[in-house]
Design a protein around this ligand. Structure first.
Ligand SMILES: Cc1cn([C@H]2C[C@H](O)[C@@H](COP(=O)(O)OP(=O)(O)O[C@H]3O[C@H](CO)[C@@H](O)[C@H](O)[C@H]3O)O2)c(=O)[nH]c1=O
Length: 336
């Protein structure tokens, strides 16, 4: 794609802050503008490796701010958008859904409108202008013990979070169908790896374990998630952004389905090796707590479209990726 500015929203979040260094490393002549509000979930220290690069610019701001977003498009000749910015934590959406509706739905709408208006008046009419919307597998709802979601599965979101992401996906779809905007949507499963916010399951298990506190497992721990190493997700995003078919959706998963209790025990066993307790095992700290309201039982993905059309497959071995992740958090928490 072109050398014009690529707007990355939410680049200070977990996946964005893994993706930006990946992209700049692979495409050193790209110019990246990272627009991020820096909510509690954003952390610029995760972007230290790129902050001094000329090809990288950070702007603190809200995607709901129409004026700001319009100015960013004009001032930076934005040629494409990769839209990560979102409120992402399901538990927060259950307690306080407002910001999810605002950021995830209205924010996406503001970006789509800016893209539609700016690109239709572009000084570069032959340039390809793409809007890549980063989304979640949670839009498809919950599976039982069997079956897999694919791009053809009906939308059936269960939490305010997933409903807000489903709404934003449908807005993106409508801008393709109605205005011919060049859009792609990717719906990914649970990411793990360095730089994830402390609130999510894997960092929570590691942090509580080394703080010698109870490790909270919701319900009976039988809920299943499909885990993908964040850099495998970044590689998939690179392919979808550059080579995905306009108007299409792509389901991205790690082929690593594990029940939460099994995952927590595996992390504890890794910690037993990497940072042994004086007595006993970290698994002794696992503690069952009240279940999440409307807790989706299982997500599992059929990733054959990514494989067939973009020759992508997740590469990271789960225990290898988890070991790197545990070591990263041990360094982070032991420093803190
Ligand atoms: C934080 C926490 C979570 N859990 C459970 C709830 C879930 O079944 C599982 C993973 O929880 P979380 O880490 O919050 O992630 P989950 O709700 O699956 O959603 C994640 O994965 C989604 C993709 O599937 C993303 O769209 C979301 O933004 C991301 O937050 O672990 C616990 O049992 N204990 C905990 O303390």
């Amino acid at each position: 794609m072109s050398k014009k500015g690529i707007l990355i929203t939410g680049g200070a979040g977990f996946i964005g802050s893994n993706f930006i260094p990946y992209l700049l490393n692979k495409y050193p002549d790209y110019h990246i503008i990272n627009l991020d509000k820096l909510t509690y979930a954003g952390d610029l220290s995760n972007l230290k490796e790129v902050e001094d690069l000329q090809q990288y610019e950070f702007i603190q701001g809200d995607i709901c701010d129409e004026q700001l977003v319009g100015d960013v498009f004009k001032q930076h000749s934005i040629s494409s958008v990769i839209h990560f910015a979102a409120e992402s934590h399901v538990d927060n959406s259950i307690h306080s859904p407002n910001s999810f509706i605002k950021t995830n739905i209205e924010g996406t709408f503001v970006l789509l409108e800016a893209a539609r208006k700016y690109w239709s008046n572009s000084r570069y009419p032959n340039q390809r202008n793409r809007f890549h919307h980063i989304s979640t597998d949670e839009v498809y709802g919950s599976l039982g013990e069997t079956g897999l979601f694919s791009e053809n599965s009906p939308y059936a979101p269960n939490s305010p979070y997933s409903a807000s992401k489903a709404a934003s996906d449908l807005l993106v779809r409508s801008y393709h169908k109605t205005y011919g905007l060049d859009t792609v949507i990717s719906n990914c499963s649970n990411n793990y790896g360095p730089k994830q916010h402390d609130e999510k399951l894997i960092p929570t298990v590691i942090r509580k374990a080394i703080e010698d506190k109870p490790i909270p497992i919701y319900g009976d721990g039988s809920n299943v998630r499909d885990w993908i190493y964040v850099l495998d997700h970044c590689k998939a995003l690179d392919l979808v952004f550059h080579k995905g078919q306009t108007g299409e959706s792509y389901v991205i998963g790690g082929n690593n389905e594990y029940a939460n209790l099994y995952l927590a025990k595996t992390i504890c066993e890794l910690l037993d090796q990497l940072s042994p307790k004086e007595k006993g095992s970290y698994t002794d700290q696992i503690s069952f707590v009240k279940d999440r309201l409307g807790h989706d039982f299982r997500y599992g993905l059929d990733i054959s479209k990514m494989n067939r059309t973009l020759a992508w497959n997740p590469e990271e071995d789960f225990i290898g990726g988890l070991t790197k992740t545990v070591k990263w958090y041990l360094r982070k928490y032991e420093k803190a």
